[in-house]
Design a protein around this ligand. Sequence first.
Ligand code: DX5
Ligand code: ZN
Length: 215
Amino acid sequence: MSTVLIAPSILAADFSRLGDEIRKVEDAGADWIHCDIMDGHFVDNISFGPAIVGFVRKQTKLPLDVHLMIEHADHYLPRFVDAGANSITVHVEPEAKHDVGKTLQQIRDSKCRVGLTLNPETDFKLVEPFLDKIDMLLVMTVHPGFGGQKFRADQMPKLKRAKSLNAKIDIEVDGGINSETAKVSIQNGANVLVAGTSIFKTSDYAKAIRDLRGN
Ligand code: DX5
Ligand code: ZN
């Protein structure tokens, strides 16, 4: 079984001391840092932009896993590359208003790892044409826009289908991941787990990360 990677979502961190939070979660065993970028258009919430990603970059050597929940990702993504992103994930839905194939190539050309994601409501067929062009598929297990939502187990068949069509890519899940739903996700083929609430809203980050890994 492949090693399970843990990517804490800093959306749930205490932004008044973000630097400390990032160092603490790195010391606690995190593998990546997940950065949720929301523009108030593609999703009904506004989070942070390239400047904060640049700040995060200075706090850690861990890979930055940038999740773009924005319209026109092709226009903004060079700024996240410059800010220090290591992987960039864009949405496949038409509401994201970009040419998916072109944007994936743009990420590839920037030397970042290429991620593609779909919402729970989105048919898996939309991502199938791109599975050989990406390094990671992110299956959203909540409708994007907020942390602290309930995990959608009905999304697990998408993990299995992705694995059957391209066993080489990473399978990431995001939304409502805790020690229970992590187990279910891993059993269905996930190897990268994003978690916000179940890490940053606890008092022991190291224990929270061990529990997610199932150790
Ligand atoms: C939601 C984001 C998630 C979210 C995860 O749109 O993409 O990364 O922050 O938070 P939890 O783990 O609290 O569901
Ligand atoms: Zn996310």
